[in-house]
Design a protein around this ligand. Structure first.
Ligand SMILES: [Zn+2]
Length: 162
């Protein structure tokens, strides 16, 4: 899936967690941004990934060895990120961060290529949808999903304006 789709899914989840914890509008925005950012993080393994691009040359030199949809797209990475978030952040923020990261893995698992999430225990790519329903990145179904998420998030704006 494309970066903006992942970011939108993460942000929507972040807002959901913020709602559960009755966050203030300001804190909700922070959590939405955090979850959205964490939803982009796994694609740091791709030279054109949003976060990788931000890191510039340093990112390319230090991360060239990462294979796309490799270690950052596994349960191991998810557990590491969730553990770090749990140690560093207040619980609702840690939940939002972990949910954002998890959402990236699940979103990639609905695509045609799937993910080897249980690597290195299981090396084959796994899917969560039957073959006919799997999405191809950057095609109409993904754009529709992104559009629905944008409309949902836009619908949340009034509550932040008081
Ligand atoms: Zn990915």
């Amino acid at each position: 899936m494309m970066g903006h789709t992942h970011g939108l899914i993460g942000a929507a989840l972040g807002l959901g967690v913020a709602t559960v914890y009755h966050f203030t509008p300001e804190a909700s925005l922070v959590l939405a941004g955090l979850a959205g950012g964490l939803a982009l993080l796994p694609d740091i393994d791709h030279p054109r990934g949003n976060i990788r691009q931000k890191l510039g040359v340093v990112g390319h030199i230090s991360l060239f060895w990462l294979k796309h949809r490799g270690i950052t797209h596994t349960l191991i990475a998810l557990v590491a990120v969730a553990a770090a978030a749990y140690m560093l952040l207040p619980l609702p923020y840690a939940i939002g961060a972990a949910a954002g990261y998890l959402s990236h893995l699940l979103a990639d698992m609905v695509t045609v290529s799937g993910l080897p999430v249980f690597w290195p225990y299981k090396k084959e790519s796994l899917h969560i949808l039957p073959k006919r329903l799997r999405l191809t990145t950057n095609t109409l179904p993904e754009h529709l999903l992104a559009l629905v998420l944008m409309l949902f998030l836009a619908g949340q704006i009034p509550q932040f304006l008081g």
